[in-house]
Design a protein around this ligand. Structure first.
Ligand code: ANZ
Ligand code: ZN
Length: 864
C-alpha cells in the first residue's frame, strides 16, 4: 500500500461529501434531530489554527451523532457587522461591505479545508439584507409588544470626535482615538427591556443542567437579584433647617442602620446636579467623575473619593445628623443612586470613611466577640447563628435576618420605606452611532413622535454611498438617507440613524438557521422542530452577554409569535484556547513562528539573521503577537486530519492546549501508522470473511480490545471528552500493531476475522476526528458506501465483560494484598483464594478467622 497522501485524499473526500450533500440537514425527517452549533465567527480576516478547535469539536459531535442515526443540523454563518470593518474603512479607505465580504470569502475557503461536516446551504451573514431585514421586522414586532423603549441614558461622549464611545473605547478616561477627556452625556437611546424577564431568566438557570456550573453562576451574578429596602431620610442644611427634599436610598443591609455614619449620592444624582450648579467644588468633582466613563469596572477600581455637600441626613431612629457626600462609587443606574454608608460592614464605605475621618461603629459582631474592632477590613459576615446585632438599641441580640425584618416592619409602618427587589441587570441599550450595523427601523416625526416603519416598507437598507472621512455617524452625515416622509401622517420626518448593537445580530441567528429561507423572521414550526441547540460550543468570554441576550431573545420571540421554545441552548460547552509560544527579534519586534527556527540544542534563532530570538511562554494565539499558525501551512505539510487529531489529543477540551510542531508531527505519524496497519491487514486478509465459530485466546483478546474501544470512545464523545477518546484509539492501535508484529505467516480464520474487525473498528471510531483518512481506509477495506453515512459500530456486550478482576484484600480493615479471580467466581472460591494469600496468613498470625466479608466485584475483608 502506498504512503498516505493527505493532500490528495482530503481534497477528494471533501469533494465527494459536497457533491453527495452528505451533511445536509433535512427538515421534517423521521429521524430524531440533533442540532450542534459553534458560536459563529466574526469575519476579521484570515483564520488561524487557534480558531479551529471549537469547530473541530463541534464537528466530532456532528459526525458522531449522524452515525448514531440523528438528523443532524450543523450550520455555519458570519457575525458580520461591527466596528473593525468601519475602522478598515476609516484607516484604509475600503468600504466596510467589501472588506467584510472579502473576508467571508477567504474564511469560508479556509474553513472548508478543515473538512467540517457543515450544511453550507444554510449559510447566513448578519450583514446581508436577507438577514437584517428580518431582524428589523422582529424589532418592530418587539417594539409593538412593548419590549423596546426609547429613553435617555448616560453615555460616554467623546467631545472631539463627537461620538458615543463604548466602555472599552474609554482608556484611562480618554477617548481611544481622539485622546480627549471623556464626558458623560444624557442621550436618547434605544433599549430592549430584558429586565422584564429578569426573574424568568434567573429561575430558568436551574433548568440548564447541561451548562457548566461556572457559566450558570456568572449568569446568576450578572442578573444579580437582591432583596432590600428603599427608604427616605429627612434632609437638613448646615444650620439644621429642614429641607423640602428627602433623600431616598436603597439598602440590602438595613440591619446596620445604627452603624450608619454618612450618606452618599452618585455624581449623576439630581441632588448632585442641583448643588453642582451652585458649588464649583461639586461641579469640578462631577466633571472628574465623568471622565471615568460609565464602566462599572472602572468605577469599582477607582479610589473611593467624594465631596461633602454641606447637607445632613437625619437618622430615622436616633435623630443623629449624617453628612451627605457626592461620592464616585455610587452608581446612578442602580437602586436609587444614593446610599447610607455603614463603614464597619462594607469595604467601600470603610475605605471612604478612613479617608474622610468618619466614625466606624460595628453593629454586627460574632457572638463570642461582641466588642469586635474593625481595622482595614470590613466585617461582612451575616450568616445564621454565629453573629448578633450590637450597639443597636432595640435590635441588640437579634440575628441579621431578624434585625432586617424588624427595621423593615418599623419603617414600613411609619410610611418611610418599602421593600424592594433590585436587579443588577440593566435594560439592554442597543443604540450605536455607527454605519456598519443593522439600521433601527424607526422614524421621528414632529407630529406623530416615534413611528415604526411599517412592515411593507421594510427593509431599511444601509446606503452604499456612505463616507468615512470624518468622525461621528456616517448615516447622520449622509446627505439624503435620513430624509423620509412619516409613515403615519406623510409629513417630512427623519429616519433613525442609530444602528443596532451587533449583539442583537447574534441573539437569534441560531433560530434563523432552522429556516434560513423563511420569508418571515423564522418559520415557527421549523424553529420548534430544530431548537433548542442540543450542543452549543464556544468561548467562555461569551458566558454572560451573548448567552443571556440569546436567552432573552428566545423568550421575546415567543412573546411576539415566533416559536414556543424557552431556552435556546440545551447543552453548552466552553472550550479552551489554543496557545503558542511567542517570539521576538533582538529589537523586541514580534515574529511569526515560521520566521524562527529551533536549533538542535533547543535554542531558537531568527531565520533571516541567525540572531537568537526571545522566546515567550505559550499564550492564546493572537494576531497582535504573531504567535499564530495558518491552517494552510499545516495542511500542506501534515494534512487536516493530523491537525484535527492533534487539536483534540492530550488536553481536556475545556483547557487551553499548546500548539507545537512536534505535536502535529506526532499526530501525522499516527495517521501514517493507521494507514500502514490497514494496508497490512488488507494484504493478510484481502477479503471480508465470515465470523468463525471458535476464537483462540489471542484472537479473542484482540476482539475484546476492539469492542471495548467502541464502547469507550462512544461514551467519551457523548461526554465531549475528546482527549480520552483519542487515548482509547491509541491503545487499540497499539494492541493491533503488536498483534500484527507477532504474526508468523498467514493468520488462521479467527485471527483473520479479528484483524479485519480491528481495522474496521479503528477506522470507524476515529472517523469523527480524522474523517478523510477514515473514509479512504474504509474504501480500501471494501466498506459499504460512504463512511460519512455509515451507522456507528455496535459493541457486543459479551465482549465487554472483564474475564478477570482484581479485588483488594483487607485484614481487619487494613489492606494487605490483592486477588486476581475470574469475574464470575462465586463467594466460596473468592473466600478460599483470599485465605491462601501469604500476606493474609501473615497478618492473621495465629488468630482464627471470625468472618470473611466479600463485596462482589469490590473488596474482600477478612476479620480475625
Ligand atoms: C447600607 C449597607 C451597609 C450596605 C452595609 C451594604 C453593607 P447589592 O447586594 O449588590 O444589591 N448600594 C445601593 N445602591 C447603590 C448604588 N447606586 N451604587 C453603589 N452602591 C449602592 O448591593 C446593595 C448595597 O449596595 C446596598 O446596601 C448599598 O449599601 C449599596 F454594611 O446599604 B448597603
Ligand atoms: Zn407623522
Amino acid at each position: 500500500i502506498e504512503r498516505y497522501n493527505p493532500r490528495r485524499t482530503e481534497a477528494r473526500w471533501q469533494r465527494v461529501w459536497d457533491e453527495r450533500e452528505v451533511f445536509k440537514a433535512i427538515d421534517e425527517d423521521p429521524r430524531p434531530k440533533y442540532y450542534v452549533l459553534e458560536m459563529f465567527p466574526y469575519p476579521s480576516g484570515k483564520i488561524h489554527i487557534g480558531h479551529g478547535r471549537n469547530y473541530v469539536m463541534g464537528d466530532v459531535v456532528a459526525r458522531y451523532k449522524r452515525a448514531k442515526g440523528f438528523n443532524v443540523l450543523h450550520p455555519m454563518g458570519w457575525d458580520a457587522f461591527g466596528l473593525p470593518a468601519e475602522n478598515a474603512a476609516i484607516e484604509r479607505g475600503i468600504h466596510p461591505k467589501g472588506w467584510t465580504y472579502d473576508n467571508i470569502a477567504a474564511m469560508r475557503e479556509q474553513l472548508k479545508l478543515l473538512g467540517l461536516s457543515l450544511d453550507w446551504s444554510r449559510e447566513l451573514a448578519t450583514c446581508d439584507p436577507a438577514y437584517y431585514s428580518r431582524q428589523q421586522k422582529l424589532f418592530v414586532k418587539m417594539f409593538e409588544a412593548g419590549l423596546v423603549e426609547r429613553r435617555t441614558s448616560l453615555v460616554n461622549w467623546d467631545p472631539v470626535d463627537n461620538t458615543v464611545l463604548a466602555n472599552e473605547q474609554v482608556v484611562d478616561g480618554r477617548g481611544w482615538r481622539s485622546g480627549a477627556v471623556v464626558e458623560k452625556r444624557e442621550l436618547a437611546q434605544w433599549f430592549f427591556k430584558i429586565t422584564d424577564f429578569a426573574d424568568d431568566l434567573l429561575d430558568a438557570i436551574g433548568t440548564l443542567d447541561q451548562w457548566p456550573d461556572k457559566v450558570r453562576l456568572m449568569q446568576r451574578n450578572w442578573i444579580g437579584r437582591s432583596e432590600g429596602l428603599k427608604f427616605s431620610f429627612d434632609l437638613v442644611d448646615g444650620e439644621g433647617v429642614q429641607m423640602e427634599e428627602n433623600l431616598t436610598v436603597f439598602t440590602t443591609r438595613h440591619d446596620t442602620i445604627f452603624g450608619a455614619s454618612f450618606c452618599a449620592v452618585s455624581p449623576d444624582h439630581p441632588l448632585a446636579k442641583d448643588l453642582g450648579a451652585r458649588n464649583e467644588e461639586i461641579a469640578q468633582f462631577r466633571r472628574d467623575c465623568a471622565a471615568l466613563g460609565t464602566s462599572e469596572e472602572a468605577i469599582e477600581r477607582a479610589e473611593k473619593r467624594g465631596v461633602a455637600t454641606g447637607l445632613y441626613a437625619v437618622h430615622p431612629f436616633t435623630g443623629a445628623r449624617l453628612p451627605v457626600y457626592v461620592a464616585n462609587f455610587v452608581l446612578m443606574g442602580y437602586g436609587e443612586g444614593a446610599i447610607f454608608g455603614c463603614p464597619a460592614h462594607d469595604q467601600r464605605d470603610l475605605d471612604f470613611a478612613r479617608k474622610y475621618g468618619l466614625p466606624v461603629l460595628p453593629v454586627v459582631a460574632p457572638k463570642d466577640e461582641p466588642d469586635l474592632e474593625v481595622g482595614d477590613e470590613a466585617f461582612t459576615d451575616t450568616e445564621g447563628d454565629a453573629v448578633r446585632l450590637v450597639n443597636s438599641e432595640f435590635l441588640d441580640g437579634l440575628s441579621v435576618p431578624d434585625a432586617k425584618e424588624e427595621i423593615a416592619r418599623r419603617m414600613e409602618a411609619s410610611g418611610r420605606a418599602e421593600r424592594k427587589v433590585n436587579y443588577r441587570l440593566r435594560d439592554w441599550g442597543i443604540s450605536r452611532q455607527r454605519y456598519w450595523g443593522c439600521p433601527i427601523p424607526m422614524v421621528h416625526c414632529d407630529h406623530c413622535g416615534i413611528v415604526p416603519v411599517p412592515e411593507d416598507q421594510l427593509p431599511i437598507l444601509l446606503p452604499d454611498d456612505a463616507t468615512f472621512d470624518r468622525p461621528g455617524n456616517p448615516l447622520d452625515h449622509h446627505p439624503t438617507w435620513k430624509d423620509v416622509s412619516c409613515p403615519k401622517c406623510g409629513g417630512a420626518a427623519r429616519r433613525e440613524t442609530d444602528t443596532m448593537d451587533t449583539f442583537v445580530d447574534s441573539s437569534w441567528y441560531f433560530a434563523r438557521f432552522a429556516s434560513p429561507a423563511a420569508d418571515d423572521v423564522v418559520d415557527s414550526a421549523l424553529m420548534d422542530a430544530w431548537l433548542p441547540v442540543d450542543q452549543y460550543i464556544g468561548g467562555v468570554e461569551h458566558a454572560v452577554l451573548h448567552l443571556l441576550y440569546s436567552r432573552f431573545f428566545t423568550r421575546a420571540m415567543g412573546r411576539v409569535g415566533f416559536g414556543a421554545i424557552r431556552e435556546p441552548f440545551k447543552g453548552l460547552f466552553t472550550q479552551g484556547m489554543i496557545t503558542h509560544e511567542t517570539y521576538r527579534d533582538p529589537d523586541g519586534r514580534w515574529l511569526f513562528p515560521e520566521d524562527v527556527e529551533r536549533q538542535a540544542d533547543g535554542s531558537v534563532i531568527v531565520k533571516a539573521t541567525g540572531l537568537p530570538a526571545k522566546v515567550g511562554a505559550p499564550e492564546k494565539m493572537s494576531k497582535s503577537k504573531r504567535n499564530v499558525v495558518s491552517p494552510e501551512t499545516i495542511l500542506e505539510t501534515f494534512g487536516v486530519d493530523a491537525a484535527r487529531w492533534f487539536m483534540l489529543s492530550d488536553t481536556p477540551p475545556e483547557r487551553d492546549s499548546e500548539w507545537t510542531e512536534s505535536g502535529v508531527e506526532g499526530a501525522w505519524r499516527f495517521t501514517q501508522r493507521v494507514w500502514r496497519l490497514v494496508g497490512q491487514v488488507i494484504e493478510l486478509v484481502p477479503e471480508k470473511i465470515a465470523q468463525p465459530a471458535e476464537f483462540g485466546d489471542e484472537a479473542l483478546a484482540l476482539r475484546r480490545v476492539a469492542h471495548k474501544t467502541i464502547a469507550a470512545v462512544s461514551e467519551d464523545i457523548e461526554q465531549l471528552r475528546f482527549n480520552r477518546a483519542i487515548a482509547r484509539v491509541h491503545e487499540a492501535v497499539n494492541a493491533w500493531g503488536d498483534q500484527v508484529a507477532k504474526l508468523h505467516g498467514a493468520p488462521g480464520p479467527d485471527m483473520a476475522y479479528a484483524l479485519r474487525e480491528m481495522a474496521e473498528t479503528v477506522v470507524r471510531v476515529s472517523a469523527p476526528m480524522v474523517p478523510h483518512l477514515a473514509e479512504e481506509a474504509w474504501e480500501a477495506l471494501g466498506g459499504e458506501g460512504l463512511l460519512a453515512l455509515a451507522p456507528w459500530p455496535q459493541a457486543e456486550a459479551a465482549l465487554l465483560v472483564e474475564d478477570e478482576i482484581v479485588l483488594p484484600v483487607q485484614v481487619n480493615g487494613k489492606r494487605r494484598d490483592e486477588l486476581r479471580v475470574a469475574a464470575d467466581a462465586d463467594q466460596e472460591t473468592v473466600e478460599k483464594a483470599a485465605l491462601e494469600l501469604d500476606a493474609v496468613k501473615r497478618a492473621l498470625g495465629d488468630r482464627p478467622v471470625r468472618k470473611i466479608i466479600v463485596v462482589p466485584g469490590r473488596i474482600v475483608n477478612v476479620v480475625g
